[in-house]
Design a protein around this ligand. Structure first.
Ligand SMILES: Cc1ncc(COP(=O)(O)O)c(C=O)c1O
Length: 394
C-alpha cells in the first residue's frame, strides 16, 4: 500500500504543475488557418466530395511524407481495408498482425474474409518481435507456388501489417527483410505516426502501402479521416477507384465498374486536415517539449520508465507511454483508476487481440510478451498545447 501510494503521489506531482481542471488524453490543437478554410468550404458550398482542399491535402501529404502517391479516406480503418485489398489479400488468406494493436487491422482482414494471424511484440520496439517471428515462420511455413504457405492451417499467408505503436517506429527495416524472404506484402499501420521518422524516412513509406489516420485524437486531425500512401502507381489508382464506389469517370452517366466503397474524405474534412498539416512542424516541436518534460521530471523514479523509441528514430511522441516495472504490474489498474478519478485521463493499451473474444479462434504465435506488455503500459495526457505549462525547451 505504501509503495502504491508513493507511486500515485509521484504521478500527481507532475500534473500539479499543470493548472487545468481536466486533462484529456489527447486533444486537437487549432492555431492556424482552420476557421478560415472551413468557412471557405461553407461559403463556396464545397463541403462534400468535390472541392479544392482534397487535392491540396493530398499534395501536401505527399510532400511531407515523401510518398509518391496519396489517396484520402474517410478514416484510417478504411485505408487499411482497401490497402489490404490492393495488395491482393483474398478470402481465406492469412494476414500477420501484431497482437498489441488497435482493432482496425484485424477487422479490415475480416472485411475481406481473410484470417488475422497474430504475432508477438517485444518491449524494445513495442512492435513485432523480429527474432521470434523469424523462428516461427521457419518452423511453421514453406514457400509453395511462390507464396508463403502455413503448414499447420493449410492456408496462404499474403501480407504483414506492422504497427508503429503511439508513433514510435517498430523494427520496420527488419520486417521488410522478413517480407522479402517470405514473399509477404507489407501494409504499414502508420495511423498514429504522422510526423514520425525512422532513419530520416517517414513511417508508412517503407512498406508497399502505408495507412494514416487523422481522427480527432491523433497528432493532426481532419475531424475523421485517413490516407493511403504508396510509391506504387497501380495500387494508388486501384485504391482511389475502390474508395470512390468504383464509379467510372463520365460527365453525367452513373456507371459502376465493380464492388466499391464510399470511403472518400469530404472536402470540409480535407480543409481541416490541410490547415493542421500546415502547422505540423510547430505541433511536433510542442510534442517534443511535453515529452522531454515528462522524461525529465520522472527521470529518477523507481516505478516505471518512459518509453523513448528505438535508436535512429524521430518519433512524433503521440502518446507519452510509461512502462511499469514488472514487480508493479499489480498496481496497473488501480493507478489508471486513480488518475481518472483526479480528472487525468490515463489509458491502458488495448486488450491484446488474442484476448479479444471474437478474435480468439484465429491463429496466433506464443504471445507471452504481448500479454506482459499490456499489463505494464499506461498512456498519460499528451496534448501538444501542454507545452505552455513547461519551461524546459526542446
Ligand atoms: C493503430 C491504429 N490503427 C488504425 C486506426 C484506425 O484509424 P481510424 O480511427 O481513423 O479509423 C487507429 C486509430 O484509431 C489506430 O490507432
Amino acid at each position: 500500500m505504501k509503495l502504491e501510494n508513493d507511486l500515485k503521489k509521484n504521478l500527481l506531482f507532475f500534473f500539479s504543475k499543470i493548472n487545468k481542471k481536466k486533462l484529456p488524453l489527447h486533444e486537437p490543437f487549432f492555431f492556424g488557418n482552420e476557421k478560415k478554410y472551413l468557412s471557405e468550404c461553407i461559403s463556396k458550398n464545397a463541403v462534400a466530395s468535390v472541392g479544392n482542399f482534397i487535392k491540396k491535402f493530398e499534395d501536401s501529404l505527399k510532400k511531407f511524407t515523401g510518398a509518391k502517391y496519396c489517396v484520402l479516406f474517410c478514416n484510417g480503418t478504411s485505408a487499411i481495408h482497401i490497402g489490404l485489398q490492393t495488395l491482393g489479400v483474398k478470402k481465406n488468406d492469412e494476414v500477420l498482425i501484431p497482437n498489441i494493436n488497435y482493432i482496425a487491422s484485424a477487422n479490415a482482414s475480416l472485411y475481406l474474409n481473410a484470417i488475422p494471424h497474430f504475432v508477438n511484440v517485444n518491449l524494445d520496439s513495442l512492435g513485432i518481435d523480429i527474432l521470434q517471428l523469424k523462428k516461427y515462420l521457419k518452423k511453421n511455413t514453406k514457400i509453395k507456388n511462390n507464396r508463403l504457405f502455413n503448414i499447420k492451417t493449410k492456408r496462404y499467408i499474403t501480407a504483414i501489417v506492422p504497427l508503429h505503436l503511439y508513433g514510435y517506429p517498430c523494427q520496420i527495416d527488419e520486417v521488410l527483410k522478413i517480407a522479402k524472404v517470405y514473399k509477404l506484402k507489407v501494409l504499414e499501420d502508420a495511423a498514429e505516426s504522422v510526423g514520425s521518422f525512422f532513419k530520416k524516412k517517414h513511417l508508412g513509406t517503407f512498406g508497399d502501402v502505408g495507412a494514416l489516420s487523422f481522427n480527432g485524437n491523433k497528432i493532426i486531425t481532419s475531424g475523421g479521416g485517413g490516407a493511403l500512401i504508396t510509391n506504387n502507381e497501380k495500387i494508388a489508382i486501384q485504391a482511389r477507384k475502390l474508395a470512390n464506389v468504383a464509379k467510372k469517370k463520365h460527365s453525367w452517366k452513373m456507371v459502376f465498374s465493380e464492388k466499391g466503397y464510399n470511403y472518400r474524405m469530404p472536402n470540409i474534412n480535407a480543409a481541416l486536415g490541410f490547415s493542421q498539416l500546415q502547422k505540423i512542424k510547430k505541433i511536433l516541436s510542442y510534442k517534443k517539449i511535453v515529452f522531454k518534460n515528462y522524461k525529465k521530471i520522472f527521470s529518477d523514479n523507481k516505478y516505471f520508465s518512459i518509453y523513448s523509441g528505438l535508436k535512429d528514430s524521430s518519433p512524433n511522441h503521440w502518446l507519452v507511454t510509461i512502462i511499469l516495472k514488472k514487480k508493479y504490474i499489480k498496481y496497473h489498474e488501480s493507478i489508471i483508476k486513480f488518475l481518472i478519478s483526479k480528472n487525468i485521463e490515463a489509458r491502458p493499451v488495448w486488450k491484446p487481440m488474442t484476448k479479444t473474444n471474437y478474435l480468439k479462434k484465429y491463429p496466433a504465435m506464443n504471445s507471452n510478451t504481448s500479454l506482459d506488455i499490456a499489463k505494464r503500459i499506461i498512456n498519460l495526457p499528451s496534448s501538444a498545447y501542454l507545452y505552455k505549462y513547461f519551461n524546459l525547451k526542446r
